[in-house]
Design a protein around this ligand. Structure first.
Ligand SMILES: NC(=O)c1ccc[n+]([C@@H]2O[C@H](COP(=O)([O-])OP(=O)(O)OC[C@H]3O[C@@H](n4cnc5c(N)ncnc54)[C@H](O)[C@@H]3O)[C@@H](O)[C@H]2O)c1
Length: 368
């Protein structure tokens, strides 16, 4: 702890750092301060430092290398916001130098690496948390509490989807869209992961996974201004239809796609014995948005209709992703028990890898 709270460092200063994590540091002023930033492109690190200063926050040092950032004694904890292929090595390097870590997803590319990082964090007595922050938002904490209290009775079925055309078609995206269509990412690890964290957050760990998938649209024109003319080859499945078995006749179905032009379906519906909760895609990232609720009413004059129900309380953050650093700081302060655990992220990684195996082998795959 320094005078300004916990010393935080950003590693990777690209789209999500600039767009979402930097503004998330403002409500944490006094509790946590960005003391250093590093990007292998120094211009991006400089831009992030400028953005933080423009928010009225102290201007962080720009580290010349990852090693010098990790050698900085004022850095107690890092936010690893690099692209997926670098997450594991940077998480491990950070833990080895005694830093607490919040990693963007995925935690690692395989279960061996994910479990090694967890073991290293335990060994060193350090906190290792991982995005996505779904279950740490005000809305999802409230839903979890209501479900656990029996709001809908026993939860039996979850149906979710996160579908679009991927980052090549996201005109406002500032990063490199190509990596998202390759085998180190793909739609399930990038966006399906949000739905899977919500479903396993509510229903608990899955036991079996079965999936179909493939490459539906093999080439993409990049629509981002300034990158016109670039074409991305799709080398990872861009449609994944995943079925999950939770045991005890409880199931889930998830569509994760970068090859779906548009959809009006909700992001997630949770069905219980007594009712259904429906969460729209439009409000998915809003931390305090209402959900639609329908409760069964079997009385002769029973009324069954959708109502909107709003979580109590108001978040200080404005976007789901920002619940990650907020929760990370609270865990480091000792005021919150870890929700976004590396173990949770590893289970979801296991599901996604099992979906790939199921697609290749045409069988259901047990997960632990
Ligand atoms: N962009 C979003 O809205 C968004 C949302 C949620 C999660 N994420 C996740 O955040 C991570 C970063 O995504 P992004 O969209 O910001 O990507 P990006 O390409 O815009 O930014 C990544 C940054 O990391 C830097 N970098 C690459 N390798 C590095 C290394 N070895 N050491 C230090 N810096 C390095 C790059 O120069 C770049 O500035 C990904 O895991 C992504 O899935 C992004």
């Amino acid at each position: 702890m320094a005078d300004n709270g916990i010393g935080i460092a950003f590693i990777g200063c690209g789209d999500v750092a600039l767009r979402t994590y930097a503004p998330a540091m403002a409500p944490l002023a006094g509790r946590a301060t960005t003391v250093a930033v590093y990007d292998r492109d120094p211009a991006r690190a400089g831009r992030l430092a400028d953005d933080l200063a423009a928010l009225g926050l102290p201007r962080p040092r720009i580290a010349a290398s990852l090693e010098s950032l990790l050698a900085d004694p004022e850095v107690a904890a890092v936010l690893n916001l690099t692209p997926a292929p670098f997450h594991h090595e940077i998480n491990v390097a950070s833990l080895e130098t005694g830093k607490h870590v919040f990693s963007e997803k995925p935690l690692a590319a395989n279960l061996t690496d994910a479990r090694a990082a967890i073991a290293l964090a335990h060994q060193r007595g350090l906190t290792l948390l991982c995005a996505p922050a779904v279950m740490a938002t005000n809305r999802f904490r409230w839903l979890k509490q209501e479900f656990d209290a029996g709001w809908l009775g026993r939860l039996t079925l979850a149906v979710g989807q996160y579908v679009n055309m991927g980052p090549a078609a996201w005109r406002g995206y500032k990063g490199d869209p190509a990596v998202f269509y390759g085998p180190s990412v793909g739609p399930a690890l990038d966006t399906g992961v949000y739905i899977l964290h919500a479903i396993t957050g509510f229903l608990g760990p899955a036991q079996r996974v079965e999936a179909f998938g493939g490459i539906a649209i093999p080439q993409r024109n990049v629509l981002i201004p300034g990158r016109e003319g670039e074409v991305v080859d799709v080398t990872a499945p861009d449609h994944l239809l995943i079925h999950l078995d939770f045991g005890d006749n409880r199931f889930a179905q998830v569509l994760s796609s970068f090859a779906t032009p548009r959809s009006k379906a909700p992001a997630l519906e949770i069905h219980g014995e007594n009712g259904t909760v429906s969460i729209s895609m439009e409000s998915w990232y809003e931390p305090d948005a209402p959900v639609d609720l329908l409760l069964r009413d079997e009385r002769p004059d029973g009324v069954e209709r959708w109502t909107q129900t709003t979580p109590p309380g108001t978040s200080r953050i404005t976007q789901m992703i920002q619940a990650g650093p907020e929760h990370f700081v609270a865990v480091l302060e000792g005021t919150e028990a870890p929700i976004l655990t590396a173990e949770r992220a590893t289970h979801v990684l296991e599901i996604i890898l099992a979906a790939g195996q199921s697609m290749a082998e045409g069988c259901a795959v047990d997960v632990s």
